[in-house]
Design a protein around this ligand. Structure first.
Ligand code: FE2
Ligand code: FE2
Length: 352
């Protein structure tokens, strides 16, 4: 039911964008603010509520926000437009919203998303149909015993990375989690991108693996967005992330090109280490060495947690996510080990 609801909502948003884009390809000038473009509000269950945003365009002109537009207006025409359309200013509406509104010539209407209870959805980085309840029953102790040379190389590569990581972060698990998520979100994006290009090159389907890997990258990035709320990076940690990303992205890219079975196996082992790190994090929380602060609002909405959830609850759901990533990546490696391509096995889309 949930999947159906998500698909329905996605289709509605897609169709909404198509409508607005067909309008935006016109090169006619002076049409901004003349049309009352109907915006659609997409509810939690895909309900659509129409709303007139003609006023939105007009008010934007009043506040001079068209300066942010990428439209190729000449300065004079633009000034005339602004004067012309600043006359019929409508009353009412949310003042803060008006000030923040970005006006564009391209006619892309803002989407209005609401929660199940009808209140406004406040996150632009993810939508209600992308949220989920983590499966905490997943086996956290599963391990792939390295047998082949490549497996052992993947295993010991990860183990050797753990030593400097432990030394650098020691018991600062909040900071450690945040920093490691900046790395963890890279492999899914690289793998998904390479499979995407392969699908284009070969004129063939991916079996859903592009989506699965990109979803993994997005899920890891949401871990980062969550931990950012409880740990703030210092300047040298930000510098370290830039350096590590430069090296790791390119290394993983090359590694995936040469041997996807090695690349996925290595990520599988990285995820096993992540489970271990989050288990240590939970122990520190239980001992009282780390304050069990209230869960960040973004985490409550993303994992559909109860409103009174704490950091401990968040770490538990993140650890469950890592266990799912472990399974997906070891599974992908196993497919390659059997001399098959990923597209031959249906991808675990929505596996949380
Ligand atoms: Fe993660
Ligand atoms: Fe992960």
């Amino acid at each position: 039911m949930m999947m159906a609801s998500r698909e329905g909502a996605s289709k509605l948003v897609s169709s909404m964008m198509l409508v607005s884009r067909s309008f935006s390809t016109a090169t006619a000038r002076g049409i901004v603010a003349k049309e009352a473009v109907p915006a659609k509000a997409v509810g939690f269950n895909g309900d659509v509520v129409r709303r007139n945003i003609g006023e939105f365009w007009v008010r934007g002109s009043v506040f001079g926000l068209r300066h942010g537009s990428t439209a190729s207006y000449s300065g004079k025409e633009q000034q005339q437009e602004e004067v012309k359309h600043s006359q019929p200013v409508a009353e009412g509406g949310d003042k803060a919203e008006e000030k923040n509104a970005i006006v564009s010539y391209w006619g892309v209407p803002p989407s209005r998303v609401t929660k199940e209870d009808g209140t406004e959805w406040k996150w632009n980085c993810f939508r209600p149909w992308e949220t989920y309840s983590a499966d905490l029953s997943i086996n956290l102790t599963k391990h792939h015993a390295p047998v082949t040379f490549l497996d052992k190389m993947a295993y010991w590569t990860v183990k050797s990375l753990r030593w400097p990581t432990d030394l650098f972060f020691q018991r600062r698990y909040g900071c450690r989690a945040m920093m490691l998520e900046t790395v963890a979100a890279v492999p899914g994006m690289v793998g998904g991108m390479l499979l995407h290009c392969k699908s284009l090159r070969r004129f063939e389907h991916s079996g859903g693996w592009i989506k699965t890997l990109l979803d993994e990258a997005e899920n890891e990035r949401m871990h980062l967005m969550t931990f950012m709320e409880v740990a703030k990076p210092r300047w040298y940690e930000r510098a370290l992330v830039i350096t590590v990303q430069g090296v790791f992205f390119n290394a993983y890219f090359l590694g995936y090109l040469i041997s996807p079975k090695f690349a996925h196996r290595m990520v599988g082992y990285l995820e096993e280490e992540a489970i271990h790190s989050y288990t240590e994090f939970l122990k520190e929380l239980d001992k009282g060495n780390i304050k069990n602060v209230p869960a960040p609002a973004i985490a409550i909405d993303y994992w559909r947690l109860p409103p009174n959830s704490t950091l401990r609850d968040v770490v538990e759901v993140v650890r469950a996510d890592e266990a799912h990533h472990r399974d997906v990546n070891h599974f992908a490696s196993d497919i390659h080990y059997q001399g098959r391509e990923l597209k031959e096995a249906p991808a675990p889309i929505g596996y949380h």
